[in-house]
Design a protein around this ligand. Structure first.
Ligand SMILES: Cc1ncc(COP(=O)(O)O)c(C=O)c1O
Length: 436
């Protein structure tokens, strides 16, 4: 971190107070973290790189991108993930929820460097496939630190996971319980219950989980087949901005614990899922607020008999650690009197920004022209597919001076970008990724 005299940081926008050579007095020059070196050039000052604001840019990412540009390697979009931010996020989860084990949701970003770091920090891992299981085991962690958290698994994949040592599986129906009883005998299973996803920007709908009333039957079936009926899981929806949304699911979980206890089956664990948000354009509560709300609900519904708990953060662990650098390929209008400009980037829905589907996730986009006048733009990707439009229903305000060839920085892109990137759709390569 460097301190810049006359410089303050407002939500990732640097305001540099400079003496105007023409007017001889101080004026504010609004810059993004991205544009600080340009400003230094313009004002003739020698300025070291900037400090981190509440946006995702860090000195390390800024240095990396500058070096990449200087070497002429910036020919396509890339995401850069700062592992120091991932470390901070892990420590924050561990500190805020001290009695809860962290199972990082590998799907958010399975880069080996992210997995290695989290393994060293003591994290456990939520995996969705045999490939993810082998990626995690490659870090050297023992298989008792893994869960196979996908409720939809082929029996031969369950057998493979069992062979690799995994003994903790998610289910949401009796048919899945039967597969596990055959392919992974004696394992622990937890039953996922449905959540409505209210309050989440990326709700997970009805695809996973069963009605809470059905869970006792599913877990009793597991018990009958020789499995360890271990607990309940739920996911309140990704990018969940309301910390109180865990309450109803915890009330249902406590009811299922009581119901099964009456049948002689004592559950031990509640998997609180993911849902912890990262900061995009709107502010989000701090992890501490989630920890406090969850703990209050656990007390309220379980009294003094609070079960073992785990969390599965994905977005909240890596989202704010990543920045995408992309380039403006074209700026155009559809007619002479068109009110909105079309800005086409070299990144779109198929090479990293799939979560802009239905404009659900709205990423902060910084440019070197921030601070000047803005105008409404449609932002689109580079492919020949007409769904490859990022923001149109609600146009995005971008600087009037933005030019073809300008670089843009897309913040909060450490989660669900590389993993959603198609392999060469339209000949565009998958998103390049660097973990530093
Ligand atoms: C089972 C499971 N756990 C955890 C996560 C991670 O959720 P988030 O990224 O909201 O933390 C997901 C995301 O899809 C999931 O399916």
């Amino acid at each position: 971190m460097v301190s810049l005299p006359n410089t303050s940081v407002f939500g990732g926008v640097y305001v540099l107070r400079v003496a105007s050579p023409t007017r001889g007095r101080m004026h504010d020059c609004h810059l993004t973290s991205f544009s600080l070196p340009h400003a230094a050039r313009r004002t003739g000052q020698s300025v070291a790189l900037a400090t981190k604001g509440d946006a995702a840019m860090t000195d390390r990412i800024q240095d990396f991108l500058r070096d990449r540009r200087a070497k002429g390697l910036d020919t396509g979009p890339c995401v850069v993930v700062d592992l120091e931010v991932v470390r901070e996020n892990y420590n924050n989860f561990a500190k805020t929820l001290p009695d809860t084990r962290v199972f990082y949701a590998v799907k958010a970003n399975p880069d080996p460097k992210v997995l290695d770091l989290l393994a060293r920090l003591g994290s456990c891992f939520d995996t969705a496939s045999v490939v993810e299981i082998t990626q995690v085991l490659a870090t050297g962690v023992s298989p008792d630190r893994l869960s196979y958290g996908n409720t939809i698994k082929k029996e031969r994949d369950i057998a493979k996971a069992y062979e690799l040592g995994v003994r903790l599986f998610a289910v949401d129906c009796e048919a899945e319980v039967e597969k596990i009883a055959r392919a992974a005998p004696g394992s622990k299973v937890f039953c996922r219950i449905l959540c409505n996803g209210e309050g989440a920007e990326w709700p997970l709908s009805r695809k996973f989980g069963c009605a809470p009333e059905m869970a006792p039957q599913v877990l009793e079936h597991a018990h009958r087949l020789g499995l360890n009926a271990y607990g309940i899981s739920f996911h309140v929806g990704s990018q969940q901005r309301n910390p109180r949304m865990w309450d109803a699911a915890l009330a249902s979980s406590a009811g299922i614990f009581r119901d099964l206890a009456e049948r002689g089956i004592n559950l031990q664990m509640v998997n609180l899922g993911g849902g912890f948000p990262t900061k995009y354009l709107k502010n989000v509560p701090a992890v501490k607020a989630y920890g406090q709300a969850i703990f209050r609900s656990l007390r309220k519904h379980f009294g003094n008999r609070i079960p073992e708990t785990i969390i599965e953060p994905g977005r909240g662990m890596v989202g704010n650690a990543g920045i995408i650098e992309a380039e403006v390929v074209l700026i155009s209008k559809k007619s002479a009197d068109d009110k909105v400009k079309w800005v086409y980037l070299d990144i779109g829905k198929f090479n990293g920004l799939a979560e802009t589907m239905d404009e659900m996730i709205r990423y902060p986009i910084r440019t070197e022209f921030d601070g000047g006048p803005v105008e409404a733009c449609v932002i689109a990707g580079p492919t020949c597919d007409s769904v490859d439009v990022l923001y149109e229903k609600e146009p995005y305000l971008l600087p009037v001076s933005l030019e073809i060839g300008s670089k843009v920085l897309i913040e909060g892109t450490g989660a669900y970008t590389t993993t959603y990137s198609a392999v060469e759709f339209n000949g565009f390569p998958p998103l390049q990724s660097f973990c530093i």
